[in-house]
Design a protein. Structure first.
Length: 251
């Protein structure tokens, strides 16, 4: 089989997943965008968290040209991406009980805020506890996960629950357990993950919905412009000054 044919199969799989979440998650996307707009309009703050490769989608909505300036990254040292050495440490930290509580206690997250938690499997202690503890603080939680994991894997949290069980709104990425879209008889393991493509698209759809909802209320969405276009820095400076008390990635 040619490399070109495999590439086409991956694109077809990714496009199929994107169409599926567009159609099947439409109501939840609308609800999530409305919740974010409500929070912005009501003076609340926005945070996003993901561990390992799930952190890529969280980072994509933070300090992003065309994105909401108010979205902040809730960082957990050692689990945001694969830059920690060894990279396997991040996976181990996701399974540590109590870590989420320590992170939230030292973060600026408070009642009335929104926390987006991204976890493909939703089975590890860190995202489950993050959602549980955040809601206990009065924070609204939007979970982005593959609901299929809850029926095909065992939870690693002492409660036996999953991220999806502790969210105000759940966005189901529809990613199959194992996160690999392609197989070949000549390759023993499945390959070509699509979770980042789908999860990132889901969140950008939510952000677009939120921006439109704010505009419908006569509120200018606090959007960032690219710093690589004329006037971008000046625009962003104005937005960051106006909303400086709700932006934490500059401190």
């Amino acid at each position: 089989m040619s490399d070109r044919k495999l590439a086409g199969q991956f694109f077809d799989a990714a496009i199929g997943l994107l169409q599926q979440v567009r159609d099947e998650d439409a109501g939840d996307i609308e609800a999530a965008g409305t919740l974010i707009a409500d929070t912005v309009a009501g003076g609340g703050r926005l945070f996003a968290f993901g561990a390992g490769h799930s952190s890529l989608a969280a980072q994509d909505v933070v300090y992003r040209a065309g994105g909401l300036a108010l979205m902040n990254l809730l960082a957990v040292p050692g689990v945001v991406g694969v830059d920690v050495m060894p990279a396997t440490l991040g996976s181990a930290l996701e399974r540590v009980d109590g870590l989420a509580s320590a992170v939230l206690d030292s973060s600026p997250v408070r009642a009335g805020d929104v926390l987006v938690i991204i976890s493909l499997s939703g089975r590890n202690a860190l995202p489950v506890e993050m959602a549980m503890n955040a809601r206990a603080l009065g924070v609204k939680v939007i979970g982005v996960t593959s609901v299929a994991y809850a029926s095909e894997t065992k939870s690693r949290h002492v409660s036996g629950t999953y991220l999806k069980d502790h969210c105000d709104i759940v966005l189901d990425s529809k990613i199959a357990v194992g996160d690999a879209e392609l197989t070949l008889k000549t390759i023993e393991a499945p390959f070509a993950p699509a979770s980042t493509v789908v999860t990132t698209a889901l969140l950008q759809a939510v952000m677009a919905t939120a921006a439109g909802a704010l505009a419908d209320r006569g509120i200018e969405p606090p959007l960032l412009r690219s710093g690589n276009v004329d006037g971008g820095h000046e625009w962003n400076g104005r937005v960051m000054t106006e909303y400086g008390d709700r932006i934490f990635y500059r401190r």
